[in-house]
Design a protein around this ligand. Structure first.
Ligand code: PA5
Length: 446
């Protein structure tokens, strides 16, 4: 098993009988999920995706990635939310958070269209100067404001640099199979197009073309990623809590929520996991946080944040629990040397790896935080590889779906995201929003 639920540190907080008590509910909801009879059942394509994904498109993704590796120095990935978080997370975890600065034979990758900040976009534009550039515009709806604005800017850049015809060969559009503004534009302009499947929502889309093209461009083995997800799909197909660690994780967080824990902090001891934290926050936050319910998904990277948030976690208001993703093996070990004169007093660590020290920090922290009344779930992952990460992604997907059904919400929609958009469009004067504009401006005192 690639991801194991370690409930050892939860024992003071959750009795074995509490898991048993929820087994009948899990069995019923597993049936609802697998038979597609629950809320949001139009978005269950991810359940079998690691097995049934479109092989022809997968081959096209690999071919496009090879072409991009050859003709591109800077690859611009435009998307927001589910249209970029997964790919950025996987690239940073499996390659490096310093990916762009490393010596490599793959292009630099910059993620834009995930904010509306001109400084950010201008800086990325300047990083493209004198470089061969290609662009992947990713939007399921094809109308999201942030990526649409960024695409306007980068399309102009490519067309100026390469001409309309040349730009055409450097723009890759990942969008709906048949409908939407971006699909129409891609067809008219002749961009190579990839599909966001109808039955897969943004936050469940990292293993579709949405995530796979940028991930493949970075040089990650996407076959292994899919094989890991397939292994998870098979291993996690049972409703039996003693066999399904993804469901066990969902049940543990549900029990803790029922006991008044309102915040879940996803913790890693690897800074390369920081964007995975962000991906996970979107997955659980957008899926569960509705109808006045849901755990607030927070995150931390230790030991870094032990010197900031650590104080609060140890002694602040007792509203949170932690879920630690603990990797067994480091990607590249580093050993601490010995000094002739033990001037810094660290010779007791000579010959030990940094990961040995990191692991003692993990053990010491889990014990300290549980002593401080912060329950700790530990998810054990043997190592950082494409296979394990594919497994972990599916593990969280499935836990998230069950979690949503356990709290009685639709885990596959995001109606709340529209509120800010409507206000923003009205304030910007988008045609059709005239009435709202006047009302909002009055509230703003204009
Ligand atoms: O999970 C989701 O559905 C959202 O985060 C979307 O991915 C995000 O809003 C971007 O939407 P789109 O891909 O339509 O531009």
């Amino acid at each position: 098993m690639s991801v194991t639920f370690n409930g050892k540190y939860l024992e003071p907080f959750i009795g074995a009988h509490e898991y048993d008590a929820l087994q009948p509910q899990v069995t019923a909801l597993h049936k609802v999920l697998h038979e597609g009879t629950g809320l949001g059942n139009k978005f269950l394509g991810w359940i079998n995706q690691p097995e049934t994904y479109d092989r022809e498109e997968f081959a096209r993704i690999k071919a496009a990635a090879e072409k991009i590796k050859k003709d591109t120095e800077v690859f611009i990935v435009i998307g927001i939310g589910g249209s970029y978080l997964g790919s950025r997370a996987v690239v940073e975890l499996l390659q490096s958070p310093f990916y762009n600065n490393l010596k490599k034979n793959t292009p630099d990758i910059y993620f834009v269209g995930n904010n509306i900040n001109s400084g950010y976009l201008n800086e990325v534009l300047s990083l493209c100067e004198g470089k061969e550039v290609s662009v992947n515009i990713i939007s399921k709806s094809g109308t999201t404001t942030e990526p649409s604005i960024a695409f306007r800017v980068f399309r102009e850049l490519l067309e100026k640099k390469y001409g309309k015809e040349g730009a055409r060969g450097r723009i890759y559009a990942t969008t709906d199979r048949a409908k939407g503004t971006l699909k129409k534009l891609a067809t008219e302009e002749g961009y190579e197009a990839f599909v966001v499947p109808d039955d897969i929502g943004g936050r469940y889309s990292v293993l579709s073309a949405v995530g796979l093209l940028p991930i493949a461009v970075s040089g990650v083995d996407i076959d292994e990623l899919m094989a890991g997800a397939k292994a998870a799909k098979d291993a996690l197909a049972t409703d039996d809590l003693s066999q399904n660690d993804s469901y066990k994780y969902a049940v543990a967080r549900n029990i803790l929520a029922r006991k008044g824990k309102d915040i879940e902090i996803l913790v890693s001891y690897d800074p390369a996991f920081a964007m995975m934290n962000e991906w996970w926050k979107q997955l659980f936050g957008e899926s569960e946080g509705k109808d006045g319910k849901g755990l607030y998904p927070a995150s931390a990277v230790f030991s870094t944040d032990l010197h900031s948030l650590g104080q609060f976690i140890q002694q602040g208001s007792r509203t949170m629990f932690e879920t630690v993703v603990h990797f067994g093996e480091a990607k590249t070990p580093l050993t601490i040397g010995k000094l002739d004169e033990d001037i810094d007093g660290l010779n007791f660590l000579a010959g030990k790896t940094l990961d040995f020290v990191n692991d003692r920090a993990f053990e010491g922290t889990v014990l300290a935080h549980t002593d401080g009344n912060v329950p700790n779930i530990v998810l054990e992952v043997p190592k950082i590889s494409a296979h394990e990460v594919g497994y972990l992604i599916y593990f969280f997907w499935k836990a998230c779906a069950l979690s949503g059904y356990l709290v009685g919400i639709n885990p596959f929609d995001q109606p709340g995201v529209e509120s800010y958009k409507k206000n923003m469009f009205a304030l910007l004067g988008k045609p059709g929003y005239e009435e709202q504009k006047a009302a909002l401006e009055a509230r703003l005192g204009r």
